[in-house]
Design a protein around this ligand. Structure first.
Ligand code: HEC
Length: 162
């Protein structure tokens, strides 16, 4: 084969590989939630656990809206976990509610909060494959806590998954 043809073929292959990678990146594209968070208290602008907005009804409503805009296509509408393979987020930290000792319960919830925030900010990558994109810089702390408050408050009915 002629040298130039070889080069063209190589370039074509590289182009195809890039196009394929591009399609993959598109599938995990982040959709920034469009919500008004101005009503949320300024104290919530922190990454420090425990969740400063736990049980805050306004935060739950804002979190629900943001969730259905940005997370539902992978985690199911209202976090119902129907969209395999993304996990049902409503179960996170639920086990803490069974702890009677208030201080211990709060520590347990704090751990679950930390895991939630870490997962959200840095995403989920395994062996170079992005299962969930990182949201750091896209979702501000107070909105992250609103999302956390929403999934915690969402009723954990048996998931729609078989
Ligand atoms: C492109 C699909 C996708 C989008 C969009 C997405 N996630 Fe995920 N998420 C996943 C997958 C898949 C996993 C499980 C990955 C793993 O365990 O390796 C996951 C895991 C998580 C976890 C850890 C749960 C656990 O039990 O391990 C949290 C928390 C989470 N996502 C929150 C969110 C929130 C909040 C949003 C919206 C801002 C969101 N995700 C958007 C796909 C997505």
């Amino acid at each position: 084969m002629h040298r130039a043809t070889h080069r063209t073929l190589l370039l074509l292959c590289a182009g195809l590989a890039l196009a394929a990678a591009g399609t993959g990146a598109h599938a995990i594209e982040r959709i920034a939630p469009q919500v008004d968070t101005s009503a949320l208290p300024a104290q919530a602008r922190t990454w420090a656990e425990p969740n400063p907005l736990r049980g805050n009804t306004q935060a739950i409503a804002i979190g629900q809206s943001a969730f259905n805009q940005s997370c539902a296509r992978c985690h199911g509408t209202d976090a119902n976990g129907s969209r395999s393979p993304a996990p049902d987020l409503r179960r996170m930290g639920k086990v803490c509610l069974r702890i009677e000792d208030a201080a211990l319960r709060q520590r347990c919830q704090g751990d679950a909060d930390t895991f939630f925030i870490k997962s959200l900010r840095w995403g989920k990558q395994k062996f170079g494959i992005v299962h969930m994109p990182p949201w750091d810089g896209v979702i501000a702390p107070e909105l992250a806590w609103a999302l956390r408050s929403f999934v915690e408050a969402a009723p954990a009915q048996p998931s729609a998954r078989p």
